[in-house]
Design a protein around this ligand. Structure first.
Ligand SMILES: Nc1ncnc2c1ncn2[C@@H]1O[C@H](COP(=O)(O)OP(=O)(O)OP(=O)(O)O)[C@@H](O)[C@H]1O
Ligand SMILES: Cc1ncc(C[n+]2csc(CCOP(=O)(O)O)c2C)c(N)n1
Ligand SMILES: [Mg+2]
Length: 317
């Protein structure tokens, strides 16, 4: 089974029984009503040689990235991160590695007001296997779900895409990537501030973060709404450093299907666009297309409109 099929199985089978569960399987975070506020829960795992390789990572950046991928799921709901539980499962860890890893994870969490408050340690005979569970909160009713988009809503991404996947390919081909690509892969910045503005000002109708690639994640957002999308290749913000390096594919491929961008993908009703630009001032946003009724994703490229199948990262594809 593919990762997509496994997730579909869980989504179909789950029927929350607790009345306080506002949102269970299927969004970037689970959401639980705690009366005066909503709690947000998310968990993400990083496995050595699946998510990172010590050929170009060190324990400090493994810690920073583990924090970032979880923070990004809180950002995708428009929430505020707070508490984390850390599960460390390793063949062994040295007196040099442990403080570096701890410094990485705690500094990244602290940048966004979060801290580690517990966890678990076990031996893993094979490789580093790390899981972080992050808990956050939002005002009651003040989160943006994947569901909520309407036909005609504008589709935005929060920053240029493809840098992380470009860096990965360069390392895997034995080259040293330029600094901006390296940073995007080793130390991605979660969009906590932007997510909060979009939620608190009720600007976005639907939102998620891009972890598996724009096309695949846009397809997930569309499916959550039983809608489709029309996007334009020329409007997709491709990270500019991809034009300066030698890669196996065109730069736009990494922006469409690379993954690990941790940018926000969100929809905005057209009548709110002016207010959105006003609220975000100098922050650049990239409108790449709009939501359509038909449950298909179209890409307009060189004046041609073509149906695209959602390609991106799947652990088992
Ligand atoms: N093993 C599982 N059991 C129950 N629910 C799961 C399981 N794995 C994933 N889910 C749920 O399925 C949904 C999609 O999961 P997915 O991991 O793709 O989300 P994500 O964290 O936004 O993406 P990524 O892991 O790529 O960052 C989420 O709501 C998640 O909680
Ligand atoms: C060594 C190595 N090989 C491949 C990749 C690419 N990669 C791994 S997981 C993932 C998507 C998000 O993960 P998840 O869906 O588990 O949250 C991507 C694009 C990498 N980073 N390192
Ligand atoms: Mg996510």
């Amino acid at each position: 089974m593919t990762e997509e099929e496994i997730l579909a199985f869980f989504r179909k089978k789950s029927k929350p029984v607790h009345r306080e569960v506002i949102c269970g399987i299927g969004d970037d975070c689970a959401v639980i009503s705690r009366g005066s506020f909503w709690e947000l829960l998310t968990t993400d795992t990083m496995v050595e040689n699946v998510h990172f390789d010590f050929a170009y990572f060190d324990p400090y950046f493994v810690g920073r990235k583990l924090a970032a991928v979880n923070l990004s799921d809180i950002a995708a709901m428009g929430g505020e991160p707070a508490y984390a539980l850390l599960n460390l499962s390793v063949p062994g860890i040295s007196e040099r590695e442990l403080p570096l890893f701890w410094e990485g994870i705690t500094t990244k969490l602290a940048n966004y007001g979060a801290e580690v408050i517990g966890g678990d340690v076990t031996r893993n005979p094979e490789r580093w296997h790390l899981t972080l569970t992050l808990i956050g909160h939002a005002p009651s009713g003040g989160v943006i779900f994947r569901q909520g988009a309407r036909p005609g809503d504008l589709i935005f991404v929060s920053r240029p895409l493809g840098a992380s996947a470009g860096a990965l390919e360069l390392w895997q081909q034995g080259f040293e990537p330029p600094e901006s690509l390296k940073r995007a892969h080793l130390d991605p910045e979660p969009e906590i501030r932007l997510g909060k503005v979009l939620a608190q000002e009720n600007l976005a109708s639907a939102m998620m973060d891009i972890s598996d690639g724009l096309l695949l994640d846009l397809a997930r957002l569309c499916r959550a709404n039983s809608l489709g999308a029309e996007i334009e290749a020329e409007k997709i913000p491709v990270h500019e450093a991809l034009n300066e390096v030698s890669l196996s594919q065109e730069p736009i491929f990494y922006a469409l299907s690379g993954g690990e961008d941790f940018a926000l993908l969100f929809t905005v009703p057209p009548e709110k666009e002016r207010f959105l630009r006003l609220k975000l001032g100098s922050q650049r946003l990239f409108q790449i297309g709009y939501i359509i009724e038909e449950q298909i994703i179209y890409l307009i490229k060189n004046g041609q409109k073509e149906k695209v199948s959602p390609s991106g990262f799947d652990h088992f594809a």
